[in-house]
Ligand binder design. Structure first.
Ligand SMILES: [Zn+2]
Length: 198
């Protein structure tokens, strides 16, 4: 194991005010640029999300950082917790609806974030299809958080259709990178991802 620096958004950094996390040496030795860095960022983000260590307003407030309000800065409908920003915020929900529809599934939201990250639901599919679905869920969480930061910092963000396109693209790239021996057809990925069982 070796340590990596990550910033407040869970992004890998080489300096500045960063936390440290431990990652496998094999990953540390990989060049942290491009797709590899994106995959690393996503893994670290998911790890921090499970531990409620991403800087939502309520988590920062618990750590003594004062804000005028801890309500969600996107919808102002409830405190900005990890579950809210990634699952229940209307901006996140619009994205999830599109992601589930893309896969021909009914959106489920009795689930916790941990269940979402594990890909758990009433979905039944072959192992390889399930891995693809899990990659989609993970990349969706990561990109929903990224989109939230764009809104908070830059006052602009993707619409849900654009967010879906980004999720389709990123998850396709990440699956291709992770399972190099597997060929995934882009057209099938876009139009019938459930068919991609191998
Ligand atoms: Zn919200």
């Amino acid at each position: 194991m070796q340590r990596l620096r990550i910033d407040e958004y869970g992004m890998v950094q080489r300096g500045g005010n960063c936390d440290w996390v431990r990652v496998p040496r094999s990953r540390m030795e990989a060049e942290l640029t491009g797709l590899t860095a994106a995959l690393q960022n996503c893994r670290i983000f998911l790890w921090r999300s499970r531990k409620k260590r991403i800087p939502t307003l309520i988590e920062l407030d618990k750590r003594g950082i004062y804000f005028h309000s801890v309500h969600c800065p996107l919808c102002d409908n409830g405190v900005e917790s990890v579950d809210h920003v990634l699952l229940f915020c209307k901006h996140a929900f619009e994205v999830w609806e599109k992601v589930f529809k893309w896969w021909g599934l009914n959106v489920f939201f009795s689930a916790s974030l941990c269940e979402i990250l594990q890909g758990a639901s009433s979905v039944t599919m072959a192992d390889s299809g399930f891995k693809n679905w899990q990659a989609v869920l993970w990349s969706s969480c990561y990109l929903i958080w990224w989109n939230r930061n764009q809104m908070v910092i830059n006052k602009k963000c993707w619409t849900s259709p654009v967010a879906l396109c980004e999720i389709q693209s990123k998850s396709f790239e990440w699956i291709a990178e992770r399972y190099k021996s597997t060929h995934i057809d882009w057209h099938s990925w876009l139009h019938n991802p459930m068919s991609l069982v191998f």
